[in-house]
Ligand binder design. Sequence first.
Ligand SMILES: Cc1cc2nc3c(=O)[nH]c(=O)nc-3n(C[C@H](O)[C@H](O)[C@H](O)COP(=O)(O)OP(=O)(O)OC[C@H]3O[C@@H](n4cnc5c(N)ncnc54)[C@H](O)[C@@H]3O)c2cc1C
Length: 396
Amino acid sequence: MKLGFTPAEEAFRRECAAWLEAQLSGPFRAIRGATGLVACVEQRLAWERVLGRARWSVIGWPERYGGRDASLAEQVIFAEEYARAGAPGRMGHLGVELAGPTILHFGNDAQRERFLPKIAAGEEFWCQGYSEPNAGSDLAAVRTRARLEQGPRGAEWVIDGQKTWTSLAQFAQWIFTICRTEAGSRGPAGLSYLLVPMQQSGVTLRPIRQITGEEEFNEVFFDGARTPAEYCVGRPGDGWKVAMGTLAFERGVSTLAQQMRFRNEFEQLVAAARANGAARDPLIRQRIAEAWIGLRIMRYSALRMLSGGREGALPPEALTYKIYWATWRRRLGELAMDVLGPAAEIARAAPYEFDDLPRMFLASRSDTIYAGTNQIQRNIIAERALGLPKEPRGDR
Ligand SMILES: Cc1cc2nc3c(=O)[nH]c(=O)nc-3n(C[C@H](O)[C@H](O)[C@H](O)COP(=O)(O)OP(=O)(O)OC[C@H]3O[C@@H](n4cnc5c(N)ncnc54)[C@H](O)[C@@H]3O)c2cc1C
């Protein structure tokens, strides 16, 4: 097991840190440390384009699509330095971390040429159209339908249905979505993975306000929305396999470096405890120490997973990572509220201008829900890592 990085990897770390520092103390100073999900949108979109031009946007992708062919370790190093530098949350993350890798692995050459360079360059943004009002954890229950029709522009998918909780849809030019394309099919069979343009009359959005006060996610309605027949990833009817591939990316490498962002939050919490005297409370001190231990475990687990994989893939232990970090951060949020005491409940301005720690507490409630709830993570660990029998379902 290798619990560190090589000298070449450390040199790479210095290179990315220097670039990030130059940008974030220079032209992008204003968005350094921005934590709001939908704050400073124009500057963050510009930031995406600068990342793309400097080839720091999708470093794990092949060079021909705008990446650097970076190894898993280098990808984690970059993500760590990104968080350490206080760089803003990625507006492009659904394209960079989900749509792009899915098209790269499951798409065809024409799809790769059409979509990947624009994601890498920060010119096209994506959203994820999986969840529906009655299909969340039970994703195979999706009811959005698509049928092939001959239109004036050739064969097209025509889509009807509703998605929900669609993050960042208001900024997206494209949505990757799962639709039922075989009438009468049930469960995972008969689904297709379609790439659909958002700016068309058949797509409407309705924002949903979150507990943080932000409108980061939306309902998305398809009423005769259209996309070319060739924008189906994988074979029609075989979309479940592709959809599961995307979820593996969502829980994979991109999360291994999150502990660096969490460390920033942890340090803010410690500073608040020192400032208001909560650090003198023995129980608070104990919980801070536990949080620190959890953070270190996260870091060493990430390093262990990186050294245990084969041919660029993560080992089965990586399946434990999502439930671990999500549960840890939810507890950190609760600790932050106890450290701040009643002051945590006072917003800077009406109606929802919270400071970073109370907002972190509120946002952390969603960590154990998106990308698979904690209960679903337990199923995944049981079935895919431990090989236990599959959970009984009515449709299999
Ligand atoms: C901040 C945020 C952003 C999101 N962004 C997106 C997005 O961009 N695109 C998108 O498609 N979706 C998105 N989602 C939706 C997310 O994927 C779903 O909320 C999640 O899959 C859970 O589905 P659900 O909300 O329908 O809950 P349900 O599936 O109805 O679950 C309700 C409860 O039942 C439990 N449960 C369900 N099934 C089982 C089971 N088999 N065994 C044990 N317990 C079970 C769950 O763990 C949960 O506690 C987002 C969610 C959040 C909170």
